[in-house]
Write a protein that binds this ligand. Sequence first.
Ligand SMILES: *[C@@H]1O[C@H](CO)[C@@H](O)[C@H](O)[C@H]1NC(C)=O
Length: 152
Amino acid sequence: MKGTILRQFSYSLLFLAFSICPSTSDIFPGKKHFVRVVNDLEAKRLDVHCYSADDVIDRTLSTKGEQLEFEFRSVVNTYWNCSMNSVVGHVGIEAYISEDPLIDECGGVHCIWNAREDGIYLYRIKHSDYVKKYDWIPKPLRVRSIKRNVRP
Ligand SMILES: *[C@@H]1O[C@H](CO)[C@@H](O)[C@H](O)[C@H]1NC(C)=O
């Protein structure tokens, strides 16, 4: 009898601990993962805006070779989406999704994205190669009003 009460008491404590903690990820932190975005555009600036459920990262990669890398702990339903903007166009990518085949394609704890003239490529670590995943959505052509030389 005493043992049962004691057990019930410790279950209540455990329950209390779980309900007080803001999220289970604090108790069981997920594995560290990384997203990297590389500007591989020839002499073009790349604006990157990445967001998850709780974070936003904005960065301008002004030259070729410049990169952005951030780390996070991946738990259930962790995702990172990034929107890319350059003179070539714009595109939104799913840079990281937990429990998704994408992670296997990334091939490790890094998902590495390269922005090139013809689209956005994923570096497959296990294959040491790049696969194109997204095309740029071209910017609409600006229709410039033509100024006529009006003679006085
Ligand atoms: C992430 O981006 C994809 C593709 O643009 C979109 O379908 C999806 O809804 C986005 N997810 C979130 C959580 O914003």
